[in-house]
Design a protein around this ligand. Structure first.
Ligand code: PGA
Length: 260
């Protein structure tokens, strides 16, 4: 695990975008795993800027998203398909046919998740997975108690996640209670992981993920077992880390080497 700690979320997002950009330059047909939520938005903006400036292209890239609310149509302004179009796909040169988001309206969710995982496998697996982290340490919608070997499936949101996400809906009662989500085991198969965490309300989750025991009660802690995982944090999100000075020093070197 490399932990990059930056003064602001903009700076951290720019650095994370540099890793994505480096991948696209080295492998234009890259398979990206993408995340929703407020956290990745500044990184998506940085990537859109690079694309507009002709520095990178997503023309040959493919993407799969982590999750989708159950019961929301893609046209709903809180569906994750809608989010991805508005916050990234409409601003880059990706072919939307190559972008995949789980279908929250699927009649047979088992069939949906099976074909989703099969399609990722057929594409060669995810080269780089972008992740946020929930205040309870979840990745995708893998809430505390999710098996660390879980696959893409139907999940129930915790009251905490419903509360956290209520800010995007008119009222908390409008937040769907279930979702389709890639599992921790599915996420762990990505060749590289880039997790973003900003703000003091993520400090406990980051602490648990990085310095806690590996446990299904903080599903992000499974990332300690991943061979190529990068955390990009602002100072507030990293504030509870015991070894933050060491991580920052070590990671700067690692990132420089990676982008050289
Ligand atoms: P946020 O959500 O980016 O909106 O904080 C992160 C998550 O729940 O994974």
């Amino acid at each position: 695990m490399e932990i990059i700690i930056c003064k602001t979320k903009e700076e951290a997002s720019r650095k994370a975008a540099d890793l994505v950009a480096a991948l696209l330059k080295a492998k234009p047909t890259a398979v990206l795993g993408l995340a929703t939520g407020s956290t990745p938005v500044p990184m998506y903006q940085a990537l859109a800027k690079d694309c507009a400036a002709g520095k990178i292209s997503f023309k040959k890239a493919k993407s799969w998203n982590l999750d989708e609310y159950l019961g929301l149509p893609p046209t709903h302004d809180q569906s994750y398909r809608y989010f991805m179009d508005k916050n990234l796909f409409d601003h880059i040169d990706i072919d939307k046919k190559n972008t995949h988001v789980l279908n929250g309206l699927a009649k047979d969710w088992r069939k949906e998740v099976k074909s989703y995982e099969a399609a990722i496998k057929k594409a060669g697996g995810i080269d780089l997975q972008v992740l946020g982290i929930g205040s309870d340490g979840h990745i995708a919608f893998n809430e505390p108690g999710s098996s660390l070997t879980s696959r893409t499936r139907i999940v129930s949101l915790t009251p905490q996640t419903i509360k956290d996400n209520a800010r995007f809906f008119k009222k908390a009662a409008d937040v769907p209670k279930q979702a389709l989500s890639m599992g921790v085991g599915s996420i762990m198969e990505a060749k590289r992981i880039v997790l973003l965490a900003f703000g003091a309300n993520k400090a406990d989750a980051v602490k648990g993920a990085v310095e806690g025991g590996v446990s299904q009660f903080c599903t992000a802690s499974a990332l300690q077992m991943h061979p190529d995982c990068w955390f990009f944090c602002d100072e507030a999100a990293a504030s509870k880390l015991k070894l933050k000075k060491y991580y920052a020093w070590r990671a700067e070197e690692a990132l420089k080497a990676e982008l050289a």
